[in-house]
Design a protein around this ligand. Structure first.
Ligand SMILES: Cc1ncc(C[n+]2csc(CCOP(=O)(O)OP(=O)(O)O)c2C)c(N)n1
Ligand code: SF4
Ligand SMILES: [Mg+2]
Length: 265
């Protein structure tokens, strides 16, 4: 069993992070490293792709795997390109909620539709954190933010439902309070063929917490008290929502190349 220190030395680049104290992004970085270690997949086979935002920094520059830091909202199509170019690689996206289901929402839908064999991790802190805490696609209805001081007039979107409707194979939601379950889910996602979509509810004590006078620890307790592994009125459901096997885009495209007389790599 690898120790915490060995894990850190193996997977995390030795440099100070820009994550604020109490931010969930550091917890996810640790969970992801444990999941890769547990999966037995060599680190050299992992490619982590990210867009722009605080969550994007989990993949790059802090994680010691091959990384591709792309533009805001465009991590998924870049990841699809990496996977289609070399199907031996284990490709994942680490994306903020704004990145993944806001500006990049259409890419998420179409990646799920192809059920391409990548893992998409959406870090949901409920707003656009890096740019100051503006209202985002997952902000709950009525919640005040710096740009909606009288409350969000839109409903927050449930990205897990979008992923299921669009054709993903594996869909789950956990929080950074549930690190053991989340790490196991990430490990499953890494080994699972097809598109895995994992939503991670993660505290942003600086942009969200300050407004609600909550520390990072208070926010973890909030997740503990307001989530349920069974559907429950007034609580956020966490757990694995879908685990099926459907046709996968890379297989299909390689099959078409062979059919047309070509030789896929
Ligand atoms: C095309 C484009 N639009 C807007 C921005 C500005 N921008 C950078 S990060 C960011 C917010 C990211 O929010 P989210 O994806 O939720 O990640 P978080 O910071 O909350 O982890 C925005 C709007 C940008 N870099 N590029
Ligand atoms: S602003 Fe929020 S999401 Fe960004 S690093 Fe700080 S606590 Fe984390
Ligand atoms: Mg966000």
């Amino acid at each position: 069993m690898i120790t915490g220190r060995e894990l850190r030395e193996k997977y995390i680049r030795n440099q100070p992070t820009t994550f604020c104290p109490g931010c969930g992004d550091g917890m996810l970085l640790n969970g992801l490293s444990r999941a890769v270690e547990g999966s037995g997949i060599p680190r050299e086979k992992i490619v982590a792709v990210s867009g722009i935002g605080c969550a994007a920094w989990v993949a790059s520059p802090y994680w010691r795997v091959d990384t591709f830091h792309t533009t805001h909202g465009r991590a998924i199509p870049h990841a699809m390109g990496v996977k289609l170019g070399n199907r031996e690689l284990n490709v994942m996206v680490v994306s903020g909620d704004g990145d993944c289901i806001g500006i990049g929402g259409n890419h998420l839908i179409h990646a799920c539709r192809g059920n391409i064999d990548i893992t998409v991790i959406m870090v949901n802190n409920g707003l656009y954190a890096m740019t100051g805490g503006q209202v985002g696609p997952t902000t709950e209805f009525g919640r005040p933010t710096v740009t909606t001081p009288y409350g969000n007039p839109f409903q927050g979107i449930d990205a897990t439902k979008v992923a299921i409707a669009a054709g993903a194979s594996h869909v789950a939601r956990w929080t950074t309070y549930h690190m053991k379950e989340l790490t196991r889910e990430l490990e499953h996602a890494l080994c699972k063929k097809g598109l895995s979509f994992i939503e991670v509810l993660s505290p942003c004590p600086v942009r969200a917490g300050k407004a609600e006078k909550m520390s990072g620890a208070d926010m973890l307790e909030w997740y503990r008290d307001n989530t349920s592994k069974e559907p429950s009125e007034g609580k956020i459901t966490v757990g694995r929502f879908l685990d099926i096997q459907g046709p996968e885009l890379t297989d299909e495209i390689y099959r078409h190349i062979t059919h047309a007389g070509g030789t896929p790599r």
